[in-house]
Unconditional design. Structure first.
Length: 479
């Protein structure tokens, strides 16, 4: 029997605001445990929440770029459940009247077309803290630094049919949130997380299968593996006539399978009710248009501009605009070197290789964005050759060195003194009489060997064409 996988996602995006959703505590990542906490986010008696206006702006931005309807009236509710890292013993969220509803994100579809993944809702909420399990002491510690961090939960409809579509949706959504400054989407820091809701049914059946939720997956690789593993588990249960339960499961990446955590709650289990300490959020048409006017150039617009105005191939623009951090590096490099083609070639080959080899995400590149453009200009001007420039870029990437200063400090610049180059080549010719004779007898390969030996002696710091020209002059006895 052929089966169809049905998938919907709940994406949690931590917002790029300076302070938390209901207090003035910093949202900066890291810090010693429980140092980014005040009486408000610790839920001490007598404190009241005050909504951060920037959170509303970020929510409206996200709603606009995901084609949602921005609700002019929304409210906060209390979602009642207890965890040790939730000081209030309830979460402030938007259960009944969310800020955005009814949008979509486009992903590649069949036959080169587009497929719309519908968005059910986007709502504002606060994050919980973090539990730190210490197996040595058999204890669990609570860090509330992350508590009350501002989140958007973006809930899709069950429109995806496999891991490939899920990853395409997440990549498109992440790009939109990054371009608009809504979230940095640094998955390794937990600011972009996804819960996967998955069921399996026989192909052609309308009725949905039993749904399971896989919680807090924070890498694309883990998401893809978890989907494939859970799909196989569902099919095995169906074919063996074993019961499937609506439940929440966790993904064990080392074991490559999911494990049951708890039965899946329904809305009534959370006992939602309007938060009496927070007034409704009212958004005017004028405010929405003001936010819309402030939006930057989005990925699709950049792709069209790079293709039409800069003459880049569509395949290149897809990669460059897939991350706002790569796109911004491309823009900065073009501004310095003036050559979109050279900038694209260096980023799509050398920079991507450095990212892949080091396991670094584009958002974690730490070098000065003007450095690559400066390095390209040095190659064009003959200051360094391409091979040396690649080595310099490695240092730029890892240590943020200034290219020209590093080249000068390490003596990596190309030699321009013809006399000095000739002196080295004469020594090479004297030490390789056999190859010289072979070249004179018509063996062209011997000249290539001599060029190689010369470049080695010169440490690659002379133009290859100049080396070949001078070698021929020396061997032929001309000047």
């Amino acid at each position: 029997m052929t089966y169809e996988t049905v998938i919907g996602l709940e994406v949690h995006a931590e917002l790029s605001t300076q302070s938390k959703i209901f207090c003035g505590c910093t949202t900066r990542f890291g810090g010693e445990p429980n140092t980014h906490v005040c009486a408000g986010c610790a839920a001490l008696p007598g404190t009241l929440p005050v909504l951060n206006q920037a959170v509303v702006e970020h929510a409206v931005r996200a709603g606009i770029v995901t084609n949602c309807h921005i609700n002019r009236y929304s409210q906060f509710d209390r979602k009642n459940y207890f965890y040790p890292d939730l000081p209030r013993a309830y979460q402030v969220t938007q259960g009944y009247l969310p800020v955005c509803t009814g949008g979509y994100v486009e992903i590649p579809g069949e036959g080169g077309g587009k497929k719309k993944v519908r968005i059910n809702r986007i709502h504002m909420e606060e994050d919980a803290g973090k539990l730190i399990h210490d197996p040595w002491d058999d204890s669990t510690l609570v860090d509330c630094n992350r508590g009350s961090m501002p989140l958007l939960e973006i809930v899709s409809e069950p429109d995806m049919r496999g891991a490939e579509e899920v990853l395409a949706y997440l990549e498109a959504l992440r790009a939109l949130l990054q371009y608009t400054g809504v979230s940095d989407c640094k998955m390794q820091e937990g600011s972009f997380r996804a819960d996967v809701n998955l069921s399996v049914r026989p192909m052609g059946q309308e009725k949905l299968g039993v749904r399971t939720e896989i919680k807090n997956l924070n890498s694309f690789k883990a998401i893809a593996r978890a989907i494939e593993s859970e799909r196989e588990r569902h099919i095995d249960c169906i074919e063996a006539n074993k019961p499937l339960f609506q439940e929440t499961r966790r993904w064990d990446d080392a074991k490559g399978q999911t494990f049951a955590m708890r039965s899946k709650e329904n809305a009534q289990d959370y006992k939602y009710f309007p938060d009496p300490d927070l007034p409704p959020v009212e958004i005017s048409d004028e405010y929405i248009e003001q936010v819309r006017a402030s939006l930057p150039e989005l990925p699709e617009a950049r792709r069209q501009r790079y293709t039409a105005a800069l003459g880049l191939p569509e395949a290149d623009t897809e990669i460059l605009t897939g991350s706002v951090y790569l796109a911004d590096l491309f823009e900065a490099t073009c501004a310095v070197c003036g050559s979109p083609k050279d900038a694209a070639n260096w980023i799509l080959t050398d920079v991507l290789k450095l990212l892949n080899d080091s396991g670094t995400l584009p958002e974690n590149m730490a070098f000065d964005q003007t450095s690559l453009g400066k390095l390209i200009l040095m190659v064009k001007a003959g200051g360094v050759n391409r091979g040396t420039a690649r080595k310099v870029l490695e240092k730029v990437f890892s240590e943020n060195v200034e290219p020209a200063a590093y080249v000068q400090e390490k003596g990596l610049g190309l030699l321009t003194d013809t006399g000095a180059i000739r002196s080295v080549l004469e020594q090479v010719v004297a030490e390789n009489e056999k190859s010289v004779r072979e070249y004179k007898n018509g063996k062209e390969q011997a000249l290539q060997y001599l060029i190689g030996q010369s470049m080695k002696a010169l440490r690659g710091q002379a133009p290859a064409q100049e080396v070949a020209k001078l070698l021929k002059e020396i061997i032929n006895g001309t000047h």
